[in-house]
Design a protein around this ligand. Structure first.
Ligand SMILES: NC(=O)c1ccc[n+]([C@@H]2O[C@H](COP(=O)([O-])OP(=O)(O)OC[C@H]3O[C@@H](n4cnc5c(N)ncnc54)[C@H](O)[C@@H]3O)[C@@H](O)[C@H]2O)c1
Ligand SMILES: [Fe+2]
Length: 372
């Protein structure tokens, strides 16, 4: 018995960004985007159209922080009530910021109650979001949650509400051609992590698993080629499609243990999200042997091989992409690692994991993680 749900309309294709003008006809909207010059062409196009935005917000930082979003909410408060859509053009940080603006509509108190006062997020009838992802990684355009970081308190929050799915996701692989190599790697590996985490997940169902397998295969087949040929639109399209499958998979299952392991490594050591959640994938994969037959057979479909051989193939792919694969390379000491692992298994995402800590720790040893 299972349910599957994802309400986002997906508009996919090269140069599809141009369809945005007709979608916005007669609507009042604001644009949220990154500050770098390369994004200006998109907001300029709309500023010069017959229906320009009411406001353009460009002060979005990577890994959006509570204090920065407070400032944006304040800026937004004067027009929040008259806006029909928030158009987010950017990576996960922009789309997640748009979700916070859509949910709290300019009310700083609601954000503070959620982040600092331990209250459930108060979300009623949020403003609808149109998402134009510029990275292929987070799939925030297909999920109903947003990651908000409280860097001062070293905490990470998930603003989650069933009404926060974007209305439409306009996915144009041509927009991703500018992505530099490192960003292409880290975001692509985030999509791989979402795909695989949706499979070793207590919330998996046949539909999410089909998407998880498809997303994993597309990343494994295309990402190593893409990083050597960044302007290849066909490879960009394939990785963008992988990210759609990843989103359709983990929007229904959430993530699992690899993500719970990643959070302290990102907060305390500054490791990029996609790297922090993918270095442990071979270890987690190896730990699944003999744990759950259904998950095991789904995982075997990704590499068409045994679990152990699949983990070795994944290691060599990650190695080629320069992902740190042992404690030394991650520059974490053993005590900190032990603490991270025990906390991760107790964490919300860790509890989604079908496997267990004993098998995980055995797999850490077999994977030579403590040897450099
Ligand atoms: N909501 C979710 O479901 C979800 C899932 C996973 C991660 N996240 C969160 O998303 C955030 C990370 O998002 P991200 O990985 O997409 O990166 P990002 O949005 O933080 O962007 C990283 C950098 O890449 C640049 N950039 C973005 N697109 C570009 C392009 N096409 N060309 C050149 N540069 C470009 C940006 O200017 C920025 O400096 C984190 O806060 C993470 O926790 C959210
Ligand atoms: Fe992620």
């Amino acid at each position: 018995m299972w349910n599957y749900y994802n309400p986002v309309e997906i508009i996919f294709g090269e140069k599809k960004f141009s369809s945005i003008e007709s979608i916005l006809e007669n609507k009042k909207y604001i644009i949220v985007t990154h500050p770098e010059d390369i994004f200006k062409q998109y907001s300029d196009q709309l500023s010069n159209s017959p229906n320009p935005p009411l406001m353009i917000m460009t002060d979005v930082q990577p890994n959006p922080d509570y204090l920065d979003i407070l400032t944006l909410l304040n800026k937004f408060s004067s027009i929040a009530q008259e806006v029909d859509h928030i158009l987010a053009i950017g990576g996960g940080s922009v789309i997640d910021t748009a979700k916070a603006l859509a949910a709290f509509k300019g009310d700083q108190t609601l954000l503070t109650d959620f982040i600092r006062n331990n209250q459930k997020p108060h979300v009623v009838d949020p403003i609808s979001i149109l998402a134009v992802p510029t990275t292929s990684g987070t799939s925030s355009e297909l999920t109903c949650w947003a990651t908000i970081w409280d860097k001062e308190k070293k905490k990470k929050f998930s603003l989650a509400h069933h009404s926060l799915y974007p209305l439409k996701a306009i996915i144009d692989p041509a927009i991703m051609l500018n992505k530099p190599r490192e960003l292409t790697i880290s975001t692509g590996l985030d999509a791989l992590s979402h795909s695989m985490e949706s499979i070793w997940n207590i919330n998996a169902n046949p539909i999410s698993a089909t998407h998880g397998i498809a997303g994993s295969k597309l990343i494994i087949e295309n990402l190593p080629l893409l990083v050597e040929d960044l302007q290849n639109i066909k490879l960009r399209s394939n990785v963008a499609r992988a990210c759609i499958h990843a989103g359709l998979a983990f929007s229904n299952t959430k993530t699992a243990i690899a993500h719970n392991i990643s959070y302290p490594i990102t907060i305390n050591h500054g490791v990029q999200h996609g790297i922090a959640c993918s270095f442990s994938l071979p270890i987690v994969l190896r730990s699944m042997e003999g744990v759950n037959q259904e998950a095991e057979s789904r995982l075997q479909k990704i590499f068409n091989d045994t679990i152990n051989n699949s983990a070795s193939k994944l290691e060599s792919m990650l190695r080629k992409l320069n992902v740190p694969l042992n404690l030394n390379e991650l520059q974490i000491n053993k005590n900190e690692w032990d603490q991270i692992i025990s906390d991760a298994f107790m964490g919300e995402r860790g509890k989604n994991f079908l496997g267990n800590i004993d098998n995980f720790n055995k797999s850490v040893k077999v994977s030579n993680f403590f040897n450099s």
